[in-house]
Design a protein around this ligand. Structure first.
Ligand code: GUN
Length: 286
């Protein structure tokens, strides 16, 4: 970024003490340091009000040295999350959560794309997995992952089905997928009866397992995981049951699959926002 004359700047807002969020934010700040992005962290108390957060965001919107603003979710229950996300300047919305960026994505215009969905597409692209004309099934309809990844797959000419808790005969619908994206937030829910043999399976779930029975259901006989479980009392598991790796054509691991790509795409979006804001990248080329 020497051509721009100044490092891109990232502000991360982490409200309260959600342990998972603290881990994620640590990873994001560390990655920023590694790639040379300037970062600042704000840690309002668990009791923070919507008004307090809005004034913090407004002050960050007004700072010329801050190119990207990330509000780590979930926010505490008393906070109006939608209002907070609406207040982030769309040009600094490196999570791609502002309705302006959601609209740009759904109408195939250049904008800032949510990081985890963008990371999923990057994995598919770099693994040479064909997308156009393929059946893609997305399990989960969140604003953060399910909906935007469905939109990206649709924009890449897949035939997309979005499933959720009310979907009838979920295993049969999932079995249609040449590409199956699991973003439900339930450990090991996608068992082999959900998966077409040879399908590409992308596991977006990150679930902490501390219940021994649940551990056994997922990892019985896996010596490495058993050792980790004994040592730490918990392990991470995806939404896809490990048995699926025996019949999938390709599958992402948890941890170490989609997670690192989410962080990489956050770095990418921060640099992109910095370039766009400084006129080094015409929005239509972004
Ligand atoms: N919480 C879970 N995933 C995300 C994410 O991608 N961005 C933010 N800001 N919060 C999250």
């Amino acid at each position: 970024m020497t051509a721009v004359g100044r490092r891109p700047g990232l502000a991360v807002v982490l409200v309260g003490h959600n342990p998972a969020s603290e881990v994620y934010v640590r990873g994001k700040v560390k990655a920023s340091e590694e790639v040379g992005i300037y970062s600042e962290q704000y840690t309002p108390a668990e009791t923070a009000t919507t008004t307090e957060l809005l004034s913090l965001i407004e002050s960050l919107n007004g700072r010329d040295d801050i190119d990207g603003i990330l509000v780590q979710l979930p926010l505490p229950a008393q906070v109006d999350s939608k209002k907070v996300l609406m207040t982030v300047d769309p040009a600094k919305d490196i999570d791609g959560f502002h309705p302006v960026n959601v609209g740009l994505l759904s109408t195939q215009r250049p904008g800032l794309v949510p990081c985890t969905p963008a990371g999923v597409m990057e994995i598919l692209r770099r693994s040479n997995i064909p997308i156009a004309g393929q059946e893609a099934v997305v399990v989960g309809r969140s604003d953060i992952v399910g909906k935007p990844v469905a939109m990206l797959l649709l924009n890449a000419n897949a035939t997309v089905t979005v499933c959720h808790s009310k979907t009838r005969d979920l295993p049969a619908v999932c079995q249609r997928g040449d590409i199956l994206v699991a973003a439900i937030g339930r450990a090991g829910m996608i068992t082999r009866d959900f998966v077409k043999p040879g399908a590409t399976v992308i596991d977006v779930g990150i679930n902490r397992i501390s219940d021994p029975a649940e551990f056994q259901r997922l990892f019985a006989g896996n010596e490495k995981r058993e050792e980790a479980f004994r040592a730490k009392g918990s392990v991470l598991a995806g939404d896809v049951h490990p048995e699926v790796s025996e019949m999938a054509g390709a599958i992402t691991p948890v941890p170490g699959g989609v997670g690192p790509l989410t962080i990489a795409m956050l770095m990418y979006n921060t640099v992109k926002a910095a370039k766009m804001r400084r006129g080094f990248l015409a929005p239509e080329l972004a």
